[in-house]
Write a protein that binds this ligand. Structure first.
Ligand code: BJW
Ligand code: ZN
Length: 249
């Protein structure tokens, strides 16, 4: 560990996590940063000069589907070269220790939790490997291979789109419902690598507080979640998560 590690904060976090019978976690782009994937906001944001709010909307897709597909094809291509990092692996370990009492809610669409070996994963913002048709109900896994500039549905000929949740779109109802239930039921809630500005995902922190769970935040820097957390562990999740798990078990 880095010499400036805040032992007191780790001890407090471990004291919350150790006795917890049910644990839930919310992850964001920060957990995949050490795998080499860019986050959405802040320095080194996702796509030079493009705000995510300008490309991840139904309106942007209507206006310029080529631009939006270029953005997603680039990110799909990046995925071919990346691997889960120790932060993802620490959450696999947590799931093993807690048997069926751990639920991983992720805002990420990169699939890295599953490639690390996590099973109970709720992808509330969809998955970038999947496409879905804007004309019919086709949903298909297309892996990370390059798709045509404007991919079309083989069944109905309409434009395919990434199977992700854009701004102003509803989250997948069933998955979101299960996420809320898991957070309501947990005694300890981990908030990892998210700026916590996008709703309803960030509202899960309030759900956890309201139902009395202890909230542990893990982030490089303070975020919109910090004021609602019982303890904040500052540092890269690829280091802090394994350290936390090590202190608990
Ligand atoms: C590290 C690290 C390391 C880095 N270790 N940490 C006004 C007020 C409130 C809400 C709204 C509003 N106006 C509109 C809304 C609703 C809107 C919203 O929340 N907007 C806000 C931005 C203002 N929400 C929606 O529209 C949602 N739908 C909805 O509400 O439906 C109802 C509705 C219907 C009709 C009209 C209006 C509402 C849908 C939200 C969908 C979000 N989609 C995206 C794109 C997904 C597909 C894709 O990937 O392309 O999801 S946007 C993007 O943001 C993506 C992410 O999942 C999400 C969250 O980002 P995340 O993960 O937190 O990343 P960053 O980059 O923000 O943060 C990274 C963090 O990691 C930082 O804190 C770093 O410090 C940290 N970090 N390295 C640890 N090594
Ligand atoms: Zn179709």
């Amino acid at each position: 560990m880095h010499p400036s590690v805040d032992h007191e904060a780790f001890d407090r976090a471990a004291r919350f996590l150790r006795p917890a019978k049910k644990v839930a976690a919310l992850t964001g782009a920060g957990i995949s940063a050490e795998s080499g994937l860019a986050t959405f906001r802040g320095a080194g944001g996702l796509w030079e000069g493009q705000r995510v709010e300008d490309v991840a909307t139904p309106r942007a897709f209507q206006r310029d589907p080529v631009l939006v597909w270029r953005f997603y094809n680039l990110r799909r291509a990046n995925l071919a070269a990346v691997k889960p990092n120790p932060g993802h692996h620490a959450l696999v370990e947590l799931e093993k220790r807690l048997d069926n009492n751990f639920t991983l809610v992720t805002q990420n669409v990169d699939g890295l939790h599953q490639s690390a070996g996590s099973h109970n994963v709720l992808e509330i913002h969809g998955a970038i490997r999947r496409v879905r048709c804007s004309g019919c109900d086709l949903v298909a896994d297309r892996g990370v291979d390059a798709l045509p500039e404007l991919p079309r549905c083989e069944t109905c000929g309409e434009l395919l789109r990434p199977d992700v949740v854009w701004f102003e779109e509803a989250l997948p109802e069933d998955i979101w419902g299960r996420a809320v239930e898991a957070v309501e039921a947990c005694d300890c809630f981990l908030v990892i690598g998210t700026s916590a500005v996008v709703y309803p995902a960030a509202g899960l922190i309030d759900v956890a507080r309201l139902t009395g769970a202890d909230v542990i935040e893990i982030n490089l820097e303070p975020s919109a979640a910090s004021a609602r957390a019982n303890v904040v562990l500052l540092g890269p999740s690829g280091t802090t998560l394994p350290e936390l798990v090590k202190r608990v078990w």
